[in-house]
Design a binder for this molecule. Structure first.
Ligand SMILES: [Zn+2]
Ligand SMILES: [Zn+2]
Length: 762
């Protein structure tokens, strides 16, 4: 046999070696399968790392073993050399004799091939192996050798339920195999021979003796350089069995589910940011627990890379009574008002409003939907920036109605909102007040978009090389305007009186409180970080003490202070944004009569350019008791004065609430041509007719009309009480409650039609 081998040509020898290796491999797998029948590839449990590579969380396999797959990249040259040097000589002491024998055979085979191929180091061969073009039979053998080595390293017993180098490395040294020192590598390579008598933490002195015996042998055989060996010999062994790393369980499970085929997943979480954030959330949650609020979640995002630096699924995973295992970052909850900035941003970009535009905050009825403010008050006229800062509901609902629900939802979808998108057909105007479901990480993604000048990018949760593209969701101008508004939010009344203004970070932020006080949100950003906080009860139980500003914001501030959020937000104005003076009373371009002017940002070519009409000229009688129209105005003897130009809806609100405003004197009673023929014609009800109502208090009557071509809007009154306004083509309904009813329809030119109807309740 040997002579036959000797007689072969060089090329044939390589083929022979290859065939030999394949046979060994086949036998090895056969034997391995017989010896370790359950240790198949699928039986490894995944390992989750922090961004710096340190262990974050490991899992047990189904058979309750700590067994993790050592990847080829984790088998360092020193580990390879130590294993070869050791197994090559003393394979017989190994409990799996056959495995050892096969190892030796393969090693010798590789050494032989090594000579033939002229390669000098294993590292060089590994490098070749990674370049398929240069692949030779020799390298193929090396590849097989490495597969065997990998399998061997994954199966070696370390006592108790620890199997394989990777699990041992983590559970004894809190390191990964590639981070081990030579002393540690040698320690881990001697234990499998006597896993029950060489127990790390118990027999450390004996282990060091055995380890050093091997190090001396390596020294003699010049496996490693002198000084490397000398350092290794000096190294003490203080290791003991550590608790398995079990950090951020919710994130670990999330990653395990998201990457079911990966055995080693590196998250983007930064261990020091995580630890600081966890401590803050934990301490803070004690004060909330006293108020019967038991769960808090938070994430910290690096704005530049959009990676999640800290991930707190819940303040206490072990709090089973309060569902502490729920992942509050992934949980779908009502956002309260925290989506409002997006609708304002869209309204900026659509040119409807600027920050100083005056909006009306008075009761409205959107086909039966009558939103109210948080404090059940109405503020009349309010600038867009104040409406957003005070989180007024009616201006936000009106803006959403104008922007359009479909447009709003498509922008949320662009920002990764999954639940909203799935439920898009069921969404109504109430979604801007929290009538939809969102996740904490979705909220963080939205606000990180604002921090990045309107560009959205998916958040990174694993530290891989995947690149997500930027989507310009809002213009940089709109994002600037929003940031300018949100950074001026007033400090909430912090529960801790010792907190002074210096502790308030320079951030832009917004709160949200869901219906029934179930969810408290506070989300903020500065140049570097976006932080999103949620507090509430995973049980869904509401709490009268819960609201975004008082419950979640103090935690948001503490988290910002921990990451160093004390730098002021940058003030770089986008090129597309300009500033102008506007009338404070309307936010419009000043007219001659406007005297109270303010500076306002606007987007040239986009923002509304209309001139202020906060006053209008009215012709009056000399005694100012009557007003004239162009038809009844006398040729002389009248005077012209300016009056506030008040929206009829607002005027009606003022009337109902007895709010004083400068009224135009009644129209000239002698006027005979009071817009004849042009007043609206009520066509849904007929003057003088009695209507039968079978279901009192529920059955409705319709209000619709035909109006002149210059009419856009009409206003309805029942017995002089305002019912609602609508586009002239629309319909309104009211519930009749009296037997005799006066129905009035006034158009936006002040033309009015009254009719009287009778009601008979059956
Ligand atoms: Zn004005
Ligand atoms: Zn007139």
């Amino acid at each position: 046999m040997f002579n036959y081998y000797k007689s072969l040509s060089r090329k044939k020898k390589i083929v022979f070696n290859f065939l030999l290796s394949v046979s060994f491999l086949f036998c090895f797998f056969l034997l391995a399968d017989l010896c370790f029948p359950f240790h198949t590839q699928g039986e490894y449990a995944p390992v989750i790392r922090y961004r710096d590579g340190s262990p974050m969380h490991i899992f047990l396999t189904k058979d309750q073993q700590w067994r993790m797959k050592t990847e080829l990249s984790e088998i360092s040259p020193s580990l390879t050399q130590a294993i070869i040097a050791k197994e090559d000589k003393y394979f017989l002491y190994h409990p799996g004799v056959n495995v050892g024998a096969l190892m030796r055979a393969i090693v010798q085979n590789v050494v032989h091939v090594k000579r033939i191929s002229g390669a000098s180091t294993i590292t060089m061969q590994v490098a070749r192996m990674l370049h398929p073009k240069q692949r030779t039979y020799g390298n193929k053998c090396l590849e097989i050798f490495h597969a065997l080595l990998q399998m061997y390293l994954n199966m070696v017993p370390y006592g108790s339920n620890i199997q394989g180098v990777k699990a041992a490395s983590i559970l004894y040294f809190n390191k990964f195999p590639e981070q081990l020192s030579l002393a540690e590598v040698t320690t881990l390579s001697v234990i499998p021979n006597r896993p029950n008598s060489l127990v790390i933490g118990k027999d450390n002195a004996t282990i060091v003796k055995v380890r050093n015996k091997w190090l001396h042998r390596f020294q003699k055989e010049k496996v490693f350089s002198e000084n490397v060996i000398a350092d290794a010999l000096k190294e003490t062994l203080n290791a003991q069995r550590l608790d398995a790393p079990k950090d951020i369980p919710q994130l670990a499970w999330r990653l395990r589910r998201a990457y079911p085929l990966q055995y080693d997943i590196t998250s983007t979480v930064d261990p020091s940011s995580q630890q600081k954030a966890e401590t803050i959330v934990e301490n803070y949650s004690h004060s909330l627990a006293m108020k019967d609020i038991h769960n808090s979640s938070a994430i910290i995002v690096d704005n530049r890379t959009r990676s999640i630096l800290a991930y707190i699924g819940s303040n206490d995973f072990s709090d089973i009574a309060h569902y502490g295992q729920v992942d509050g970052v992934m949980a779908v909850r009502s956002p309260g008002s925290s989506l409002k900035p997006l609708v304002y941003g869209l309204a900026f970009d659509m040119g409807f409003i600027t920050s100083k535009t005056i909006l009306t905050d008075i009761p409205v009825d959107f086909k039966g939907y009558t939103p109210e403010n948080y404090d059940n008050k109405f503020y009349g006229q309010v600038s867009a920036e104040n409406a957003l800062q005070q989180s007024l509901n009616i201006p936000a609902v009106k803006l959403l109605n104008r922007v359009g629900i479909a447009t709003f939802i498509s922008h949320l979808q662009a920002c990764g909102y999954q639940s909203v998108w799935k439920q898009r057909d069921k969404m109504g105007l109430s979604m801007i007040l929290g009538g939809c479901g969102v996740r904490l990480d979705e909220m963080a993604g939205l606000y990180a978009m604002l921090a990045n000048h309107g560009k959205y990018q998916q958040l990174h949760i694993v530290a891989d090389s995947s690149v997500y593209s930027d989507k310009q969701v809002l213009s940089s101008s709109a994002a600037y305007m929003l940031t300018d508004i949100l950074k001026k939010l007033q400090r909430p009344d912090l529960p801790n009186e010792n907190v002074n203004a210096q502790d308030v970070p320079h951030i832009a932020w917004k709160t949200g409180t869901s219906y029934g006080r179930r969810d408290a949100w506070s989300i903020g950003y500065d140049d570097r970080f976006t932080i999103a906080v949620w507090c509430g009860n995973f049980s869904g139980k509401g709490n009268p003490l819960l609201n975004g500003a008082a419950t979640a914001t103090p935690l948001l501030f503490q988290l910002f202070n921990s990451v160093g959020g004390s730098l002021p937000l940058r003030d770089s104005v986008p090129n597309s944004l300009q500033f102008r003076q506007v009338c404070r009373l309307t936010g419009k371009v000043p007219n001659d009569f406007c005297t109270d002017l303010v500076i306002d940002a606007f987007i040239p070519g986009v923002s509304d350019n209309s001139v202020c009409d906060h006053l209008k000229e009215v012709d009056l009688s000399a005694d100012e008791k009557f007003s004239y129209c162009t038809s009844c105005r006398p040729a002389n003897g009248y005077k012209t004065k300016l009056f506030p130009n008040i929206d009829p809806e607002l005027a009606n609100y003022y009337e109902q609430n007895h709010i004083d405003y400068k009224k135009i004197p009644p129209h000239n009673p002698m006027c005979t041509r009071y817009f004849p023929g042009a007043e609206p014609i009520i066509n849904s009800l007929t003057d003088g007719v009695t209507y039968l109502i079978t279901d009192r208090g529920k059955q409705k009557l319709q209000l619709s009309c035909a109006a002149a071509s210059d009419t856009k809007k009409v206003y309805w009154y029942v017995n002089d009480k305002f019912v609602g306004s609508m586009k002239k083509e629309d319909k309104l309904f009211f519930v009749p409650e009296a037997n005799k009813i006066k129905v009035s329809c006034t158009d936006d030119k002040g033309r009015n039609k009254d009719i009287w109807i009778g009601i008979k309740f059956l």
